[in-house]
Design a protein around this ligand. Sequence first.
Ligand code: FO1
Length: 316
Amino acid sequence: MRIAVLAGGIGGARFLRGVRVACPDDTITAIVNTGDDVTLHGLRICPDLDSVMYTLGEAHDADRGWGRKGESWRIKDELRAYGAEPSWFGLGDLDIATHLVRTRMLEAGYSLTDVTAALCTRWQPGVSLLPMTDDRCETHVVVELAGARRAIHFQEWWVRYRAAQPAEAFVQVGVDDATATPAVLEAIVTADVVLVAPSNPVVSIGTILGLDDLREALVTGPAPVVGVSPIVGGVPVRGMADACLPAIGVEVSAEGVARHYGARSAGGLLDGWLVHDTDTAHVEGITVRAVPLMMTNDDATADMVRAAMHVAGVRV
Ligand code: FO1
């Protein structure tokens, strides 16, 4: 069976570990958000791709959620000593090697898809890891800073300011010219099932769906699409979805997100939707199932995946 998974970073990575456990003999393709990507200190950094690659490659720091285990911060401290800004972004020594390899390959003309495949040769994530696009398509956040309305990079909003300023809007810089990669479109049109990970519906899943050709392939494709709610009991399981959803006028609830994604029968994304067993959701055209949604370990996540497959009507 061919499974395509739309995923962001930390939550998406955890979900993919469960997909691997539930579907060990199937072909799994992760279509990952690149809206968080940023160039700092001359290095191209792809946080969500790296979170998935490290987490599935057993190299991640489980407590921090991002970056490498056993990390050190000597270069970061040296940059700060030089007054080299930005100092607010935590670049680890081990992580910098990834960014150096990626930046060199991009500058040599390789696509982000090829770079990611090359990096995965080392980490062997056990899934095919695809950036949603090879084009620049960065998420910026419109906030009020020092009395003026400004658009700042998502990373600055999230890391430097801890999302303290209410997001007035999210802008995908470059989205009008960005297209899904051929590999992504191939994965979608040949999939037997598409899963939407419990990632941030705005700045992760939303940015993936911001690519018109990708969204069109999902909505018109043959495969059933089943999502997993990132909101449990009215709050995000992790991350800052509650800081993002109000900016686009979406209720912070399992039902609100399902309604936002929409039913495929009405031109939206979903055929099915998993909500936590304490929640409910009623959206016309979407089959809803309530199961435990805490990804406490890979087996618990695998149970969620099996439930999603059941809603999709495919065998596991
Ligand atoms: N998140 C933080 O909260 N603080 C950081 O200093 C930080 C550095 C960082 C470096 C590389 C990387 O791949 C991710 C990093 N993240 C950091 C996480 C990142 O901001 C988020 O994982 C995503 O962009 C949002 O999901």
